[in-house]
Design a protein around this ligand. Structure first.
Ligand code: SF4
Ligand code: SF4
Length: 249
């Protein structure tokens, strides 16, 4: 049975322990950042930050006495039918795989063979703006569900580190059940509370406010159907995997 995260943001204090633990486990170096007047740091995901705790502050109903802080520990959703994988397969088959046992969407070393243009298509396919490309190595990277830990019976590092019960991990059905139990409780205090994109992801968020009050791309936007390919575009797309293979030899 696939695994899932349940991320209950009603419990998050934005301590950023999960963000730091992720970097530590993956051996990712520090990045130069700038303080931009917000608690959020770094400002966005980078090739060396697979996880970032996003932070939005807002004044409710023009009442300056009533300020709300919304925290959102952002990461790859490990989509059940990952659009990034389909996009990458057009260029380098096997660059992105989905592990059947856990449901983890894994970026392999073959992502280094994706061109900048191909990476842009992978990023564009992701409804949550997650993958990042390391300009030095060419690798495309993101959260890997700590697959090495999970296969050894351990929790992902962010879950093991979280001190508040925000981060949960286990069998997908158990996580969905837990999400709905928490929703029933949280809704009493936050009537706008909702579970995000439950059917299409293995990282299930419970948020207490409308998605736009957390960050961009919290929820997958309904993307318009793509325009049909012209004859020229169709044959160009058909030729791409062959081109990529030639480059690989
Ligand atoms: S969230 Fe984005 S990067 Fe992660 S599996 Fe889904 S499409 Fe791929
Ligand atoms: S460790 Fe837990 S409480 Fe701290 S920022 Fe991450 S999810 Fe929030």
């Amino acid at each position: 049975m696939p695994n899932a995260f349940f991320i209950d943001v009603s419990r998050c204090t934005a301590c950023r322990g999960c963000q730091v633990a992720c970097k530590e486990w993956h051996g990712l170096p520090a990045v130069q950042t700038k303080q931009k007047g917000t608690h959020q740091n770094p400002p966005d995901l980078t090739p060396y930050n697979y996880k970032v705790v996003r932070f939005r502050e807002r004044i409710m109903n023009n009442d300056r006495e009533h300020v709300v802080w919304n925290f959102f520990p952002d990461q790859c959703r490990h989509c059940t039918d990952a659009p990034c994988q389909s996009a990458a397969d057009d260029y380098v088959e096997g660059a992105i795989l989905q592990d059947e046992d856990t449901g983890a969407v894994i970026y392999t070393d073959l992502t280094k063979k994706l061109s900048v243009e191909a990476f842009e298509e992978v990023l564009d396919a992701c409804p949550y703006n997650i993958p990042r490309r390391d300009a030095k190595t060419g690798a495309v990277v993101k959260c890997d569900m700590c697959i090495d830990r999970v296969r050894s019976g351990l929790l992902p590092m962010c879950v093991a580190t979280c001190p508040t019960g925000t981060m949960n991990f286990g069998d997908r059905e158990d996580m969905i059940q837990l999400a709905h139990e928490r929703l029933a409780i949280v809704k009493k205090q936050f009537p706008n509370a909702q579970i995000v994109d439950e059917d299409s992801v293995n990282v299930i968020y419970l948020i207490t406010d409308a998605p736009e009050f957390y960050a961009d791309d919290v929820m997958a936007a309904a993307k318009p159907a793509p325009a049909p390919l012209t004859r020229k575009e169709f044959f160009a797309k058909l030729a791409r995997p062959l081109g990529a293979m030639k480059l690989n030899v």
